[in-house]
Design a protein around this ligand. Sequence first.
Ligand code: UD1
Ligand code: UDP
Length: 463
Amino acid sequence: MMRATCNVQILESRTLAEGRLFSRLKGGGPELSKAKRPLLVVAGTRPEVIKLAPVLKWLGNLNLDYVFVWSGQHYDYELSRVFFEQLGIPNPDEDLDVRSGSHAEQTAKAMVGLEKVIERCVPSVIVAEGDTNTVVASSLAASKCLVPFAHVEAGLRSWNMCMPEEVNRKVADAIASLHVAPTELAAMNLLFEGASPKGVHVTGNTIVDAVNEYECLAKGRGEELLSELGLEKYNYILATVHRAENTDDAQRLANIMMALKELSQYYNVLFPMHPRTKRRLIELGLMGCLERVKVVKPMGYLEFLGALAHAKVVLTDSGGVQEEAFTLKIPTVVLRYNTERPETTMFQISVLAGADKDRIVKLALAQAERAEEVRGLNFENPLGDGLAGRRIAQILKEATEGGLTIEEPDLRETPMIEYRLLKEGDIRGQSLLDLLVAFNEDGKPISPKRGTSMFLARVKGRF
Ligand code: UD1
Ligand code: UDP
C-alpha cells in the first residue's frame, strides 16, 4: 500500500498572505486597517463604463469610498469620454493610458499600471466588469498583489477558447474571490467549474438598469437623430460589427458587408462603425460596398440606445447590444455562430446567423416581419430587473468593509490527509478514484479540498 502524506509545511503565521501583501505595498502597512482601504473599480472600454455606471451610482448612494481607475484601452472621445459625460460618471482618479496594442501589450501595460495604483492605494477589493483585456489584467494584478478580485458579469461562457473574450472571462473567473453572475445560467456555469457557492451572487445584468434609466431620454434623442438622418421609426436596420472573430477574418467581414449591402436594397441600414472595423474595411478595400448604407461614427449612449429602440431589426456581434435589444424587444440577428447570452434567444428575439451572407439576409428579413409581434411580447426579463447596480454595490460594500481576503489555508490546522492506494498489481484501465482515496486522521474517506466534492470529480480519470 502506498502512503503519501501531505500538509507537512509549517507556516510562520496564520496571516501569511496578509503579511506578504503588506510587505509589498509601500504606502500601506499593517496599521492601515481593512475598513479604511478603498474599493478599486477598474474599467477601460465602452461597454465597461456603460455597465458599471449603475454600480458607481449606487456606490455613491451607499457612501462607499472607491478609487476609479480607467485603463485607457479605449481612448477616442466616441469610445470613452462621451459616456462619462452622458452617464454622469466622475472623472477617473487614475488613467493607465494603455491604448491600442497586441493582447500581451495591453494586458501587460494595464497590469504594470495597476500594480502601481495598488501600491499607492492599498485597496481592499478590486472590481472589474466583463471580458476585455482590461478585465483580465485587473484580475491578474489583483491576485498577484493578494487583493481579492470581484468579477462582475461572471460565468458567461461561449465555450470557444478562440475568442479573446472567453479566455479573459475564464481567467478572471478562475481568480476571482467574488463572482457576480448576471443570471442563473451564468451562476450554474461557475458552479460546474467548481467556484465556491459562497462567493457566487446572482444580481441581474446592470445593462437592464441602464436601459430602464435612459430609455425615455434616449428615445427623444433617437427621434432627433432619425430626422437628421432621414430615417423612419421602426423602418430601418441598425448594425454594429467589431468583434475580432469578424473583423480579423477577411472573408467573414466581407460576407457581413455584402449582407448589409443586400439588405440596404430593402431597408435603410444605419451602421455606427467601430474604429477597428473602419481600419479593417479600409485595409481590405471593402468600404465601397457600403455606398447605400448610412455609415456614421460610433454613437454616444443616448443616441445609440435611441436608434436601437426605434429600429426594426438589429444586426450585431456585440454582447451588450444583444442584451439591450432583448430588453427593448427589438428582433436581433447575431453575427456570430454562438452566444454566451443564451437567454436572449428566448422567443427567438435573437437568432444566430454567424457570418454567412445568405443566412444573415434571410434571417434579417424574417426578423423584420416579426418586429411588431416581438415588440408586443410580454415576459419577465431573465437578464435582470433593473436593480442589479444596487445589489452589486451592496455586495461590494460588504466585501470591502467585511474584510474579504484571499485566504491562505492554515495548513497546521488542516487535519492530516493521507492518500492510500487501495489496490495493487495491474491497475491499468482502472479509475484513479477507485484506486487512490484520501482519508482523514480518523481514517474516514474525505475530499482533500474541504467543503466540496468537486475536487474528486475533477481528478476523475483513467491510467
Ligand atoms: C475590445 C474588447 C472587446 C469588446 C470591445 C468593446 C478585448 C480583447 N476586446 O475590443 O471584447 O467587445 O473592446 O468595444 O479587450 N481603436 C481606436 N480608438 C480607440 C480604441 C480602439 O481607434 O479608442 C482601434 C485601434 O485601431 C485598435 C482597435 O480599435 O487597435 C481595437 O481596439 P482594442 O481595444 O484592442 O479592442 P476592441 O476591438 O475595441
Ligand atoms: N454602443 C454605443 N454606441 C455605439 C455602439 C454601441 O453607445 O455606436 C453601446 C451599446 O449601447 C452597448 C455597448 O456600447 O451598451 C456595447 O459595447 P460594444 O459593442 O463595444 O462591446 P461588447 O458589448 O460587445 O463587449
